[in-house]
Design a protein around this ligand. Structure first.
Ligand code: NOJ
Length: 757
């Protein structure tokens, strides 16, 4: 891991200052002020405090500085020479509350108004207890379990002095070359929306003021995932219709779930960068959606408006971003430098300034920072890697893993297997299982695949290890050892995939196939004739054209976090039954990108519009995943609630009128001999609409455990306006009379909305 140390020359000074007695500037009357009265309504407190603030104090609130160690090489900024106690926020890289408390003391006790600092950090998929990457979490189709992991993250982060996480990332990603696909919940607006809401609620808890609640931040607002050719930071071309259909819904879901902040995106949205886009930040977010929290810039995003060709200098960049609705500047200092003179020039209004400050203060009051500015300093053993936290990490990891192929039921490993060859560059890696943006996670906390399997197979089967090859170096000298181990074993488990640095920010790849040396290693061990199980650890969809056909079984394990090795071992040995399903389409090859399941229909069918050299269908579609159980779906039935009218799949059309609701129902039976979880996915389609609609759209899903031989009924309660209606390119919802398909598995029922009288 590369650490860029951002050391503050001013820090020593700063901490020394914290030890001084309260400054004379401290307003002694503040104890009696309304804003310090915890029983007063938050809005009254905000107004009272605002009315006491000087221009300089207001501007400080709109600036975020950085302090501490930074593990993201893209985020290494200028050394902060001075860190005034009046600042709005700090990006904080500490693991203990000690530095935070010293800094907070300075803000609270040695500034005139005593406004606490807001400490933010990227707690993306765990703080110290690192759990699977967000893309993997979506593969669990279990938002409640993902929420439990977010709760663990919130507790660990809060105990370390963090008030605010820059998570969840709810960008829709349909180009797997983009490294940040790992950080989001995949390609589908509905799946992403459900996980967005679950994460926000879990981070923020029932009350933001509660001890272990942290504020969430929906990012990157908006359309960052549409980056052209999968390159990071580049422009995006997004029509208004696509903005509303595809990129905004997950943000809306997060806002509805209570997210108090959003981060503006780096991308240029069809000419207007996300960080200077008044349509998205002011008109939509603050206007139509009524969001009362604040928008923070992404790192240096205000200054980057110059590179993007919108602003000619930092002052103009500050004006454009601020007037567009971006409230807090992250790190680059443009607001700090220029807001006062922009006010003086009358190119920024006092109303806008007060609006932005109000928003920041509101979040601070909601977090209870004025009442509880400090964090209790507890030992790490009481906060990190607790058994219950590790258990959540393991449960989530095992539910995220997707069984893509299992020919001849080679998995789970049978009792007849007494010797296994564990091969591949990932078999012993700990660090790579952490994935990108792994908070304060450490490689030594991780159970590797080798460790997990060694203990699971102990006394049951022998494990032979051979690395086989490097991740990408085209050196085949280690193949012989791997082939020899494979020849001696009954089965090969081949651990292939990506290094953690191959995904994340600024980590685009031109091909999503694995490096040739890994594919060659598979071919070499396959030639032994032994069954080969391929485990894949990666942060994006992969091109498996040369992997999948050569393997007997393929298990996608993603980047599963600290308990990854235990989860893998559990699935391979049958302790866990795989239940993950793909949250992104796995294309046949990179050349199919962008590819996603919910496209609009083509004008021509059959052989027309197809590739000449490759199939046009993906290797593994969205929502695909096998189980050790077999699930059989009964007949899909849809009824009009309260009317007794009902139609089953294969029958006629079900009529309904606006104002009525529908219920779709299917019973699923586990016909296998293993208990297992099944996720039922409900899709809809409007076959003819004044704005053409996708061939399928996920609208609801539910995961349930079904014991062997038992059945469970799954329901989709359909609110037609919500589930069958759409928005136009102006974001206005509408629903049209006519036919809609309700689909589950390979079954379909047509429902018909009558025209209004
Ligand atoms: C840049 C990244 O784009 C963003 O996701 C992250 O939250 C910030 N840096 C802060 O680290």
């Amino acid at each position: 891991m590369v650490y860029g140390k951002i050391l503050l020359p001013g820090l020593a000074l700063f901490l020394a200052a914290a030890a001084l007695p309260a400054s004379a500037r401290n307003d002694r009357s503040r104890a009696a002020a309304v804003y310090m009265d915890a029983s007063a309504p938050i809005e009254d407190r905000v107004e009272d405090l605002l009315s006491r603030m000087t221009l300089s104090e207001k501007i400080y609130q709109l600036n975020q500085y950085v302090l501490g160690e930074n593990d993201n090489t893209n985020n290494i900024g200028d050394v902060v020479e001075e860190c005034p106690g009046e600042i709005g926020s700090l990006i904080y890289f500490g693991e203990s509350a000690v530095t935070r408390n010293a800094m907070q003391k300075r803000a609270v006790e040695q500034t005139r108004l005593g406004i606490p600092v807001l400490f933010g950090y990227d707690v993306i998929h765990g703080f110290r207890t690192v759990y699977p990457i967000p893309l993997a979490q979506a593969a669990s189709w279990n938002p409640d379990l993902a929420a439990r992991a977010c709760r663990v993250a919130a507790c660990e982060a809060a105990s370390s002095g963090i008030d605010w996480t820059f998570s969840p990332m709810v960008d829709i990603a349909r180009d797997a070359r983009w490294g940040r696909m790992a950080e989001g919940y995949g390609e589908d607006p509905h799946l992403c929306s459900v996980f967005a809401a679950a994460a926000v609620k879990a981070y923020q808890g029932d009350s933001l003021a509660a001890e272990n609640s942290i504020a969430s931040c929906l990012k990157h607002f908006v359309g960052y995932g549409a980056s052209e050719a999968g390159r990071d930071y580049v422009p995006t071309e997004i029509s208004r219709q696509t903005l509303w259909d595809t990129y905004l819904p997950s943000f809306k879901a997060g806002v509805d779930a209570g997210a108090v902040t959003l981060m503006s995106s780096f991308n240029n949205i069809s000419g207007i960068p996300g960080s200077a886009n008044s349509y998205t930040m002011t008109e939509i977010l603050k206007g139509r959606w009524g969001h009362k929290g604040f928008v923070v810039a992404d790192w240096n995003a205000v200054e980057q408006l110059i590179n993007q060709g919108l602003a000619s200098d930092r002052k103009e960049a500050a004006r454009l971003a601020f007037n567009a609705g971006l409230d807090m500047d992250m790190v680059d200092g443009c607001y700090q430098e220029h807001l006062a003179s922009l006010l003086n020039d009358n190119t920024v209004s006092e109303e806008r300034l007060d609006d932005a400050v109000r928003r920041v203060l509101r979040v601070k009051f909601m977090l209870g920072l004025f009442e509880n500015p400090y964090t209790e300093e507890l030992p790490e053993s009481e906060r990190f890697l607790l058994p219950s936290s590790l258990d959540v990490a393991e449960q989530l990891a095992q539910e995220t893993m997707v069984l893509l192929k299992n020919e001849g039921g080679v998995l789970p490993v049978g009792d007849d297997v007494s010797c296994i060859a564990l091969v591949g560059p990932l078999a012993k890696s700990r660090e790579d299982l952490l994935g990108s943006w792994s908070g304060r996670g450490r490689a030594e906390d991780v159970t590797s695949i080798f460790d997990g399997l060694s203990s699971a197979l102990s006394g049951r089967a022998e494990l032979l290890y051979a690395q086989g090859c490097d991740f990408e170096k085209n050196d085949t000298s280690l193949f012989a050892e791997a082939v020899s181990a494979a020849s001696r074993a009954d089965m090969v488990i081949l651990c292939l995939g990506e290094k953690r640095s191959w995904s994340g920010e600024n980590a685009s790849r031109s091909t999503i196939a694995l490096p040739p040396v890994q594919e060659k290693l598979l071919a070499a061990v396959k030639r032994t004739g032994k069954p080969v199980v391929v485990l894949l650890s990666n942060g994006r969809a992969l091109d498996l054209t040369r992997i999948s056909p050569a393997a007997d079984a393929v298990l996608e394990i993603w980047q599963p976090g600290v308990r990854g090795g235990n989860a893998v071992a559990g699935i391979l040995t049958g302790k866990y039954n795989p239940s993950g399903k793909l949250p992104v389409t796995f294309p046949y090859t990179t050349g199919q990108i962008p590819i996603y399941y919910n496209r609009r229909s083509s004008g021509r069918t059959g052989m027309q519009g197809r590739y000449q050299d490759i199939p046009s269908t993906p290797m593994y579609g969205f929502g695909f995943g096998l189980s050790y159980s077999d699930f059989s779906y009964g007949t899909l039935t849809v009824c009009v609630d309260g009317s007794g009218n009902r139609v089953s799949s294969g029958e006629g059309v079900l009529d309904f009128t606006l104002g009525q609701t529908l219920t779709a129902e299917v019973t699923v039976t586990n016909t296998g001999d293993t208990d297992g979880k099944e996720t039922v996915q409900w899709y809809i389609r409007d076959p003819y609409c004044s704005v053409t609609r996708p061939v399928r759209e996920l609208k609801h899903f539910e995961k349930q455990m079904i014991a062997s031989g038992e059945s469970r009924t799954f329901r989709f309660e359909i609110d037609p306006v919500r589930d069958l209606g759409f928005v136009d390119s102006g974001g206005n919802p509408f629903i049209e009379p006519g036919d809609y398909f309700i689909m589950v598995g390979d079954q379909k029922v047509t429902v018909r909305l009558g025209s209004p009288e």
